[in-house]
Design a protein around this ligand. Structure first.
Ligand SMILES: Cc1cc2nc3c(=O)[nH]c(=O)nc-3n(C[C@H](O)[C@H](O)[C@H](O)COP(=O)(O)O)c2cc1C
Length: 178
């Protein structure tokens, strides 16, 4: 049975492409096909023991969604549906896409809003990632001196993405096998 669910928000497709890369890397016996969060419900997420959730950041440090001019609904509209839900025993790993050169003061901020909401739902957050190798001034996604999940910058550091992704997935597999 697949135990890893992959859900993403996106406007221009980068976060979806990474979701597909994750799904390919994990293989179909472990991971389900990635689902755009605008087509998902909370029950869809609760089917899995492990969730990998991807979000870009839009506006100035906010979640993707209609209010930031995205073409479709996204995490902005989904997150409120999680209020009061119980994700006890579920492991949640977050990856975020952003642009550290254009948005150095709000770099990948949207990751934090997912983190905050899933923590309130009693999920166990996994997959913190070192800030080494990124250049930015401020990010809400830094908690206890680490990013709360994997950070990718397809505009400025695309060449680093494959290695970052592999290292993160290897790290996650150790945690969810515990
Ligand atoms: C209008 C706009 C606003 C953005 N705001 C931010 C931001 O505040 N922080 C950040 O790190 N990246 C920001 N970005 C960069 C996107 O997060 C980045 O391009 C991402 O790869 C887009 O993902 P997607 O293709 O899945 O939509 C912004 C991009 C655009 C076009």
């Amino acid at each position: 049975m697949t135990k890893v669910g992959i859900f993403f928000g996106t406007d221009t497709g980068n976060t979806r492409r990474i979701a597909k890369d994750i799904s390919t890397a994990l293989g179909s016996t472990i991971a389900a096909k990635p689902v755009n969060v605008r087509n998902a419900t909370v029950s869809d997420m609760l089917m899995y023991d492990v969730l990998i959730l991807g979000t870009p950041t839009y506006g100035e440090g906010v979640l993707p969604g209609l209010s930031t001019g995205n073409a479709t609904e996204s995490w902005e509209e989904f997150l409120p549906t999680l209020a009061g839900q119980d994700f006890s025993g579920k492991k949640v790993a977050i990856y975020g896409l952003g642009n550290q050169k254009s948005y150095p003061n709000e770099f990948v901020d949207a990751m934090f809003y997912l983190y905050e909401q899933f923590e309130q739902c009693n999920a166990t957050l996994i997959g913190a990632w070192a800030t080494d190798g990124y250049e930015f001034k401020a990010s809400k996604a830094v908690v206890n001196e680490q990013f709360i999940g994997l950070v990718l910058d397809q505009e400025n550091q695309k060449d680093l993405t494959p290695d970052r992704l592999n290292a993160w997935l290897t790290m996650l597999a150790k945690v969810w096998d515990d």
